[in-house]
Write a protein that binds this ligand. Sequence first.
Ligand SMILES: C[S@@+](CC[C@H](N)C(=O)[O-])C[C@H]1O[C@@H](n2cnc3c(N)ncnc32)[C@H](O)[C@@H]1O
Length: 292
Amino acid sequence: MSTAFATAAAVGADASGAEELAPAEFARIAAIMQSEARIALSPAKTTLVCSRLSRRLRTHGLTTFRDYLSLVDRDAEERAAMVVALTTNHTHFFRENHHFEHFREHVVPELRQRAEAGHPIRIWSAGCSSGEEVYTIVMCLLGPSRSGARWVFDRDVKLLATDIAPHVVAATRRGVYSEMTVEPIPEAYRREWLQAQGNEFAIDPQARQLVTARELNLFGQWPMRQQYDVIFCRNVMIYFDDPAKAELEQRFAQMLRPGGHLYIGHSERLIGPAADMLSSCGQTIYRRDAGQ
Ligand SMILES: C[S@@+](CC[C@H](N)C(=O)[O-])C[C@H]1O[C@@H](n2cnc3c(N)ncnc32)[C@H](O)[C@@H]1O
């Protein structure tokens, strides 16, 4: 049996049985996730953690979580890689479409008015994963025809997309998606804003240039100086514990200009002081009160 095969088999055995990751080792991993990314992992996630980390063990030729954890303790780069391996990056275009219907109908006309009055427009997709969310926002802003999109290209309109995981930030920057991935995009948008590239589809370069993609841990310092007109942070906070959610929601509320909108995921809700600054204006849609 080759060493590579022996290693894979051993890790495969770990990955399939929760008992291979001892409770104390799981607790150590959960503590790192909590302190590095505020991601809360309950013991029910043991099998998931085993299977997601098995590749990290193989990469380093390790067969036990004990050895892997001692590597993580002495190697900050591997600690970061472990955090990334344990993030969930599931996303798709036009996810939770009622948000985009609201955005198109109620928010885009207001943003257009503000842009035409000379205000900069800033939109943030926080926890953007591979970019489907931010490019959905871009398409909703631009509309289905290039001629109708002039107000965006001719004014100071910028979108920021951030995520803790470098590989999804790179995918956002690239803006190239498989045929299956672009399926949920309505035909009219696809025709105008996607370009065939071999078997894949690239976001139109002019549309892509509206977006800046950056690595950012939401619990670190935020380098942005200006306030935002709209923040989307959807299906991200579900992974955090309540104090972390409350802290983040308050930071989002402060980061919005008065009158600005916050969209959160369908299973999320506002908790803590943010609730005093934001009013509900739709299903998981909030607006910062003018006086706040
Ligand atoms: C399930 S995806 C959601 C993507 C998109 N917002 C959507 O709703 O389709 C969650 C994303 O949040 C990111 N994430 C998790 N914890 C984070 C943190 N502390 N800081 C920044 N991003 C984080 C993950 O890397 C992942 O890409």
